[in-house]
Design a protein around this ligand. Structure first.
Ligand SMILES: Nc1ncnc2c1ncn2[C@@H]1O[C@H](COP(=O)(O)OP(=O)(O)OP(=O)(O)O)[C@@H](O)[C@H]1O
Ligand SMILES: [Mg+2]
Length: 281
């Protein structure tokens, strides 16, 4: 189920002194099975962009096609939002029921499942995100930041989306919490779901994503594999972004006489290449 974005432009508050062109003529396609990272400076349009992919925002001009159909022309938005699930940047915006289990049941019930079926799907989703049953009857608002995120992810997973979109799913979490959430996301992708993830972490993007899209002032500045995107170190730096730590270290080592290959951007690939060269010396 490809998502095709055609000449997408979005302007907040048009015709007012607060007019902001948040997206400017974006054209791209996300194909089945991809793990796409969306990167960009704060205010570059990442959240605005992904909210267009399940019709939460209507384009000012241009279109978004899912399976060849313009999503803003279809009447049944809830079916679309079940197929293209979005986990918000702030989980508080997503959670609203009295208990975790009720919250996660909401989507399946809305899809027309019976109480029993909805609960089965919710329980499966809660288990997939590692939420123990001790938390199921708690208020989602009483949970830690990491658990709130898991609950929000479970709420979307319970509807079995074909595409899962996450807006900075690790923001505000400690390193252990980050690792746990990223493991959940990478497992979901491994089971065949297309994933689109907004992130500020180049290292996470390098480790997980098969493709990276860099936004700058509402436009696509770079779009390609990790190797392609991270080869533009100067351009990324100019945009106020970094390159992965491993790529930075590789550059420093090469400046000191190593000849490590260009396409290194994870610690694992750097250590392999480095050991190889040290053995030859
Ligand atoms: N509700 C809104 N009303 C008016 N302008 C907005 C609104 N939301 C976002 N903007 C503006 O649109 C532009 C893109 O914002 P957006 O939130 O999509 O960026 P972002 O890349 O997600 O940023 P961040 O990394 O801070 O989350 C920014 O200039 C922002 O100020
Ligand atoms: Mg954002």
């Amino acid at each position: 189920m490809p998502i095709e974005v055609k000449n997408l432009t979005y302007i907040y508050n048009p015709g007012t002194p607060f007019e902001t062109r948040a997206l400017d003529d974006i054209t791209l396609t996300v194909n089945d099975g991809e793990f796409v990272g969306i990167i960009g400076h704060t205010g570059s349009g990442k959240s605005t962009f992904i909210q267009h992919l399940n019709a939460l925002i209507k384009p000012t001009s241009g279109s978004v096609l899912v399976d060849g159909e313009d999503i803003n022309e279809s009447k049944d938005k809830s079916k679309l939002r079940q197929r293209v699930g979005l986990v918000f940047q702030y989980p508080e915006y997503q959670l609203f029921e009295e208990t975790v289990i009720k919250d996660v049941c909401f989507g399946p019930l809305n899809m027309g499942m019976s109480d029993e079926e909805a609960r089965e799907n919710a329980v499966r989703a809660l288990k997939a995100v590692g939420m123990s049953d001790a938390d199921w009857e708690k208020s989602p608002f009483a949970l830690s930041g990491g658990k709130k995120r898991r609950c929000a992810i479970a709420g979307v997973l319970a509807m079995h989306p074909e595409v899962l979109i996450l807006d900075e799913p690790t923001a505000g979490l400690d390193p252990v919490g980050r690792r746990e959430i990223l493991k959940i996301v990478s497992d979901i992708h491994a089971f065949g779901t297309t994933v689109i993830m907004v992130t500020h972490s180049m290292d996470d993007a390098a480790r997980l994503c098969s493709r990276i899209i860099v936004l700058e002032q509402g436009r696509v500045a770079l779009d390609g594999s990790c190797a392609e995107v991270f080869s533009h170190a100067e351009e990324l730096t100019r945009m106020g972004l970094t390159i992965p730590q491993a790529a930075f270290l590789k550059q420093r080592l090469n400046a000191r006489g190593f000849t490590l290959p260009e396409d290194i951007y994870t610690i694992e690939s750097l250590s392999r290449a480095l050991i190889g060269q040290l053995k030859k010396r």
